[in-house]
Design a protein around this ligand. Structure first.
Ligand SMILES: [Zn+2]
Length: 172
């Protein structure tokens, strides 16, 4: 009978009222009508994926903190310096985009936002600062530039990977 293969149940794992297809919840894949060991295997797989997402998320948090840090650095250093108001303004204008991107990345598509931030960073460091003469230059050293770029790239990859993992395992 068709009803044996296809039935609606409340899934004990994802709690949605779901269609059971091939003994599995069609929402999350939990083997509702599977054996105990099949259910245990599924749950331990999810648990592992969750742990992995958590680990990967720490790289995302690093990249977000970096954006806030660069933004604050520009704003506070320039506001504290004894420089003309024009230079203070330039520092604030350079810092604000990083803070804004950090806020967006903490809520929305960090993998893309980090790449936008990296592009902005490279643009300011390589192009803009050639024309904008600031009294101090932050990130003048090559190692500092490489560090910033690396953290953003790793953060972007981590965010992408954790999104994929969440989608695949339907965890939030
Ligand atoms: Zn389910």
């Amino acid at each position: 009978m068709a009803a044996d293969v296809l039935s609606t149940q409340k899934c004990p794992h994802c709690h949605s009222k779901t269609l059971v297809l091939d003994k599995k919840c069609t929402e999350c894949g939990f083997p509702i009508e599977g054996s105990q060991s099949q259910q245990d295997t599924f749950l331990s797989k999810i648990k592992k994926a969750r742990k992995r997402v958590q680990e990967v998320q720490s790289f995302v948090k690093w990249a977000i903190s970096l954006l806030y840090f660069i933004g604050m650095l520009y704003i506070f250093i320039f506001l504290r310096l004894q420089v003309p108001w024009g230079a203070k303004w330039a520092g604030v204008m350079l810092g604000m985009p990083y803070i804004t991107l950090g806020i967006i990345a903490s809520r929305y598509k960090p993998s893309i936002i980090f790449m936008v931030a990296l592009a902005f960073y490279l643009f300011t460091e390589i192009v803009l600062l050639q024309y904008l003469h600031l009294p101090v230059s932050l990130f003048n050293q090559l190692w500092a530039k490489i560090t910033v770029a690396s953290i953003l790239i790793v953060g972007s990859i981590a965010a992408y990977y954790s999104d994929k993992l969440k989608q695949k395992t339907k965890i939030s």
